[in-house]
Design a protein around this ligand. Sequence first.
Ligand code: UDP
Ligand code: MG
Length: 317
Amino acid sequence: MEKPILYIVIPCYNEQEVLPITAPMFLNKLKQLMSDGLISGDSRVMFVNDGSTDGTWDIISKLAAEDEHFIGISQSRNRGHQNALLAGLMEAKDRCDISISIDCDGQDDIDAMDKMIAEYLGGCEVVYGVRSSRETDSFFKRTTAQGFYKLLSAMGAEVVYNHADYRLVSSRVLRELASFKEVNLFLRGMVPLVGFKSTCVEYARCERLAGKSKYPLSKMLSLAADGITSLSVKPLRLITGFGVFVALLSFIGVIWAIISALCGDTVAGWASTTCIVCFVGGVQLICLGIIGEYIGKIYLETKGRPRYIISERTYDK
Ligand code: UDP
Ligand code: MG
């Protein structure tokens, strides 16, 4: 069997502090995998610049000029991690046999790649990197991130627990993934939908080597909302269920009101009435908001805008 061509796809957004540290680490890993005879010499480290406003693209261009194993593409503007990753994967799909996506901040253990490739050679088309420990994350990051996975699965979105976007995907799966045309991207939920034989590889999550996290709580919440609404309609069903529950409750309330009126012991119930009106009003607004979220998604999907626009490459296409 010919050795597979590996593309390591790395989205980068304003990462000028960390890139000079991690880029040589990725290259060393690639060279080690080559000398171990696991991958072909045509393998590459591919950076995807996600419209950075700092010197990230200059660093990538320089790296590409220095070593042919580094290549880079640039998005025309910042579109977010998921879109940048998809741009890289779609660019890689016809050039490689396997892709491994990883963040550029050194948080994910690159030595897990050996195990991933071993699993691929053993017949798996998708290998999910799963975090075995989160000791180095702050308490806040750890609890919010774990809440994120719990919420997703409670809402019916099928995701691999504690798996972010560090994974090996074969070009065969990438070609199938290309036919998932949705604009609302949640790759870690879409890859399981493609199917094929898959497995997990555990690794320890480390601290960011330099620079700051580009995923504040607000972005994480919007990723969670995207994940849920792009994979599941369960929230809509929950609303219906809740509506039925409230209707039943109010029906019982009406019967109780009639009986107590007949018995003649009615009291001035201003407070209780106001509370109920406010509560039901609030619930209705939340429900409208959830429905609005889906309608917004439909709106964006019907426009069918491109999911990424590549403006520059360090190589000729
Ligand atoms: N990233 C990106 N576009 C964005 C935000 C982040 O390409 O708009 C990249 C970033 O450069 C990094 C990866 O996505 O390689 C993960 O981001 P980060 O490490 O900040 O997230 P965290 O690990 O804190 O969840
Ligand atoms: Mg990170």
